[in-house]
Design a protein. Structure first.
Length: 410
């Protein structure tokens, strides 16, 4: 199809979509007007109110107009998709789903996280550090209240020469005293340094009853690859001195999920005992855009956390890789060998830009014979389960806790 023809079709599709939207709005206004007149009748104590509404059309007329608009759009869509190839879709607006809790509806309706996601990325180390510091300050401000609400204490420590934070729940079952969760935070290998990287660890500790150790791994611009992975494996080795490997679980979201998978690959290569279970949630398992799968395209601008690969994601991937091949399994672990991996639970959402990456990671684990589960939550964008007041968030971490409990040694 020629570019000129496609542009014409796109214009036609947009006009048809606009006409359809206008018809729906006009119909909704009519319904609202009728309801208001009914309310007036009730207030006046009248059993019926007869009013002249000159703009009101019969239901059959509304149906005919809507059908005509849909038929126009259908014709444009049929023409655009009449030959094998990419799928052309009309512009449309996604409503906030009513199939999630009110708390999650509020999270889904939230605006884009400007300027954190923007494609107008920092151009030097000083600019990167300011953006990172500003974002971290916002997160840190909310942490004391989060810990208080969930009954979690925090203690700074050093593990394998790496700065870390121990999150201990007030409700700490005796069965978990000799078990631990090693945690790697998300943030595109650039965000959430220091205490800012303990938000999810706090949720996990408070809702699962596990002690969680959050690793403050080094990041760009000062420490690109392989610094984060080096810190992860150093912390894990130190933890092996204190805990049976089968009593260690590893958790991480997004970048943290990628580090979780990469750390297991490295532990295998170094012949270390592997952890008892892992939870690489919505993992950044492939740093390339094309490897992100179907939803890297279909969910662009829909995911209200990441928005687009061509925002900060692309720039942070390149900043971390520092010239290395993005398909190196230690950078993009989906290109590695998943045989003999520990049992894994992966979490994602139906609006997650990384939903396909989660599916692809899950399928690769299953193809390697790994006991792997995938839980997908309605309406959630990338890592939107960080919302502490949404019941979906608690449900997700409780599920992860149950998975760990069933797979870690007692």
């Amino acid at each position: 199809m020629s570019l000129l023809k496609q542009n014409a079709l796109n214009t036609y599709q947009n006009k048809a979509a606009d006409a359809l939207e206008s018809a729906f709005i006009e119909r909704q206004n009519h319904i609202t007007a009728k309801a208001n007149f009914r309310r007036i009748g009730v207030m006046l104590g009248l059993s019926s109110v007869i009013l002249a509404l000159p703009i009101v059309k019969p239901a059959s007329a509304w149906a005919s107009e809507l059908t005509a608009d849909i038929l126009k759009l259908e014709a444009a869509q049929n023409e655009a998709n009449s030959k094998p190839g990419p799928r052309y879709v009309p512009a449309k607006t996604l409503p906030v789903p009513t199939t999630v809790s009110k708390e999650m509806q509020a999270a889904i309706a939230s605006p884009y996280p400007m300027p954190k996601w923007t494609a107008n990325h920092p151009t030097n180390a000083t600019e990167w550090k300011k953006v990172i510091s500003d974002a971290a300050a916002i997160t840190i401000k909310g942490l004391p209240g989060l810990r208080e609400n969930l009954g979690v204490s925090i203690e700074q420590t050093i593990l394998g020469g790496v700065n870390a934070y121990i999150l201990t729940p007030k409700n700490f079952p005796a069965t978990n005293h000799d078990r631990v969760v090693l945690y790697f935070h998300g943030g595109g290998y650039v965000y959430n340094p220091g205490e800012a990287g303990t938000w999810e660890a706090t949720l996990m500790a408070g809702w699962s009853g596990y002690k969680v150790i959050a690793i403050d791994y080094r990041m760009p611009p000062d420490a690109p690859y392989p610094a984060a992975l080096d810190d992860a494996i150093a912390a894990y080795k130190d933890l092996l001195k204190k805990y049976d490997s089968k009593k260690i679980a590893v958790l991480g979201t997004s970048t943290g999920g990628g580090i979780t998978l990469a750390m297991v690959l490295r532990a295998k290569d170094e012949k270390l005992p592997l952890p008892g279970a892992i939870a690489p949630s919505t993992p950044w398992a492939d740093l390339t855009e094309e490897g992100g799968g179907d939803t890297m395209v279909s969910h662009e601008w829909i995911d209200s956390t990441l928005i687009s690969y061509n925002g900060y994601i692309r720039h942070s991937a390149l900043a971390y890789a520092n010239g290395h091949d993005l398909k190196d399994p230690y950078l993009s672990p989906i290109y590695g060998d998943f045989h003999n991996f520990p049992p894994a639970i992966i979490s994602s959402g139906t609006r997650d830009l990384f939903l396909s990456l989660s599916v692809l990671t899950h399928r690769k684990l299953r193809q390697a014979g790994v006991d792997a589960q995938l839980q997908v939550f309605e309406g959630l964008s990338h890592a939107q389960y960080y919302a502490p007041d949404a019941p979906e968030s608690k449900e997700l971490f409780v599920e992860i806790g149950k998975f760990f409990d069933s797979h870690l040694a007692k």
